[in-house]
Design a protein around this ligand. Structure first.
Ligand SMILES: [Zn+2]
Ligand SMILES: [Zn+2]
Length: 115
């Protein structure tokens, strides 16, 4: 299954790359992510990069961000999920910086604007 995924539109925190992939060049990590969400066979992806087996490949993907907190402007970071998941981004609704909770009309964060 091919998933709608444009890696160039995302911010990527490569410091959060999992152990199995963290020694690869950044371009290779990106390429593996693209191939994976493109629906390519996992066995073929792995062998292209010299791996035999990896279990769940996506747990090694770095965290990504595609939007900012509407209150403080910090990036919202998301873990990548399996390509079979309904959403391939596991996003927190709470900003790690200011604790604003997005999507709720009653947020009790200390930003003042929310109450
Ligand atoms: Zn915030
Ligand atoms: Zn708030």
């Amino acid at each position: 299954m091919k998933r709608n995924f444009d890696i160039e539109l995302l911010q990527i925190d490569f410091r959060t790359t999992g152990n199995r992939l963290k020694d690869l060049p950044i371009d290779s990590i990106k390429e593996i992510m693209v191939l994976y969400y493109d629906g390519k066979k996992i066995k073929d992806i792995l062998s292209n990069f010299g791996f035999e087996n990896m279990g769940r490949i996506y747990v090694n993907f770095p965290k990504v961000s595609k939007r900012e907190c509407e209150m403080c402007g910090e990036l919202f970071w998301a873990s990548m999920k399996s390509r079979q998941s309904q959403s391939i981004f596991e996003e927190s609704l709470e900003c790690r910086n200011c604790e604003h909770i997005e999507g709720f009309y009653e947020c009790n964060c200390e930003n003042g604007k929310c109450v």
